[in-house]
Design a protein around this ligand. Sequence first.
Ligand code: GRF
Length: 194
Amino acid sequence: LKLGILASGSGSNFEVIAQAIQNQQLNAQVQVLIYNNPKAQAAARAEKYGIPSILLNHRSCKSREELDAKIVKSFQEYDVEWIMMAGWMRIVTQVLLDAFPDKIVNIHPSLLPSFPGIRAVEQALKAGVKITGCTVHIARLEVDSGPILMQAAVPILPDDTAETLHARIQVQEHKIMVGAIALIADRPTDKNVP
Ligand code: GRF
């Protein structure tokens, strides 16, 4: 499974993918990392694993479509089959979705369809739910929607802050991210989409 990764920030999800591949837990390969934020720590993680990385700064694009067209070009050059949005903080457009139909995966820090969009962890705290979690799903045009591949639940503790809760959610994110890729690697066809 030839993966292309999109990341905007720390890149911890990207690193668990790279690590799982290195440990031969996944029958996959990361072809390239694309990041949009010059300060993204994900770039340093790519270097550590000898994975090529490309900075495509959205600020130098006139539209979301222009950024996505550049992403498509780069991923095609690197022979990417599946895209993992591992903390990708940009809204995807039809340009990207059409180039990789049903082959773009997103991770989100809530039990979707609850709390889509930004600040999902804060949203869950504010709503007073007792259980939240994380979701890996196939991306669709509507933000944080699409067929769900895997989820994990995380209880909210009385003293939780957004930081402590997000830290526990991330432990679970790392498991389901790798789990979902294993699922896809076993059946790399449209059969993953319910
Ligand atoms: C994760 O919580 C993910 O669910 C959200 O952004 C965060 C990225 O974390 N979309 P990292 O960059 O992988 O550490």
